[in-house]
Design a protein around this ligand. Structure first.
Ligand code: PLP
Length: 392
């Protein structure tokens, strides 16, 4: 973006973002159009889930919410409930290893500040979640990407990841399972990641917000809070996905790894968190109840995802292999001779995310949400099928 001289002196360069990303604005504007089938909705409060209002609201009536007695790491009652969540995932986590934040995004912000000086680098997968660029800019951190490659599923290109490490690299971010590829980290990749972190003295930041959404109903994805952690590791999660409560603004991180590094990391994070004290008391007090209710909601979401995936696959639409999470990547190779797949679908009345939002290079792919209402998916698949037939 070109900046006028006045803008240059008045505002910090870190906020001089290119805000003209027209397709993004396009999709916000278009999503208000009711004739469009919106397959971008991944807000769990806006896709017709069967949420029990009383179960969500009753815990907020706790009289202790009238008192302000902050703990910089988060109220002990909340941290104990999070430790129980990990115990249910076969991971022994002490409340002392847990730090609450207002969201996973805030956890990233705290960690970038903890680990990086201005100009230091953090490695993120490509494709992955588009918010990282902004989070890094705000902490004066440079993002470098490492590729995932596709071969009957997505894999981390470990050799390329190692080549991307420089003397300024401080951490590797891994989303497990990744958004939008739905790729969980298998044990051999976990070992390789730890090997790299130990060899290059890097920290590992693992985002597990989609951990509880494997598509195979008999599967359980192992958390990075479980098993050995030979390098300093931060395991991130929060209420927005696992309890479908993004509006309650509550996330957390678990700090693991060699003892001395953990103690120092926790002491420094404590000061960062104490500076903001951003986690609200009512949500912290309600968290144990919401986590108790989460498994039933997760079952409903997994059921929604399974139904939507069956519709997509039954409509003989080509998907990249996906085994977990809330999104899928659709390939439409025959439709993009003149237009991107995103634009073709938008013109046909179906709103998706353009692949490049997530750093996917193929113009013939789009990203869609798997938690949209079943009727929306059904109509979209029908529309898509007709579109493919007319183009065949
Ligand atoms: C991978 C990933 N991490 C974090 C978040 C955001 O979580 P929070 O609402 O806790 O900031 C998202 C939101 O879509 C996400 O896709």
């Amino acid at each position: 973006m070109s900046e006028s001289l006045e803008e240059r002196s008045r505002f910090a360069r870190r906020t001089a973002w290119d805000r003209s990303a027209s397709e993004l604005q396009d999709s916000f504007r278009l999503s208000a159009d009711v004739s469009l089938l919106d397959l971008t909705v991944s807000n769990p409060t806006a896709c017709g889930l069967n949420l029990d209002a009383a179960e969500i609201l009753t815990p907020l009536q706790d009289l202790r919410t009238l008192q302000y007695a902050p703990d910089s790491k988060g109220l002990l009652s909340a941290r104990k409930a999070i430790a129980r969540y990990y115990a249910d995932h076969a991971a022994a986590v002490s409340p002392e290893q847990i730090l609450l934040t207002a969201s996973t995004s805030e956890s990233y912000g705290h960690l970038f500040r903890l680990l990086c000086d201005a100009g230091d680098e953090v490695l993120v997968a490509q494709p992955s979640y588009p918010l990282f660029g902004y989070l890094a800019d705000l902490a004066d951190v440079s993002l470098r990407s490492y590729p995932l490659f596709y071969d009957y599923g997505w894999w981390i290109d470990i050799a390329e990841l190692e080549r991307a490490i420089t003397s300024r690299t401080r951490a590797i971010v891994v989303v497990h399972p990744n958004n939008p590829t739905g790729h969980p980290v298998p044990p051999e990749e976990r070992e390789q990641l730890y090997g790299l972190c130990v060899r290059h003295e890097l920290s590992l930041i693992i985002d597990e917000v989609f951990l509880d959404f494997p598509h195979d109903p008999t599967a359980r994805l192992p958390s990075f809070a479980q098993g050995p952690a030979p390098a300093l590791t931060f395991v991130l999660s929060g209420l927005s996905k696992i309890a479908a409560l993004p509006q309650m603004k509550l996330g957390w991180m678990v700090v693991r790894g060699p003892d001395r590094e953990c103690i120092e990391a926790l002491a420094r994070l404590d000061v960062i968190a104490d500076t903001f004290l951003s986690v609200n008391t009512p949500a912290q007090l309600a968290l144990p109840h919401w986590l108790d209710d989460a498994p039933a909601l997760q079952r409903e979401i997994r059921c929604r995802i399974a139904g939507n995936l069956a519709l997509l696959r039954g409509g003989v639409l080509a998907l990249y292999e996906v085994s977990a999470g809330w999104s899928a990547i659709l390939r439409l190779p025959r439709l993009f001779e003149q237009q991107t797949a995103y634009a073709t679908l938008r013109d046909a009345g179906i709103l998706t995310h353009p692949a490049h939002f997530y750093g996917l290079r193929e113009a013939g792919s789009v990203v869609l949400s798997l938690i949209v209402p079943r009727e929306t998916m059904q109509q979209a698949v029908e529309r898509l099928r007709r579109l493919l037939e007319t183009r065949a």
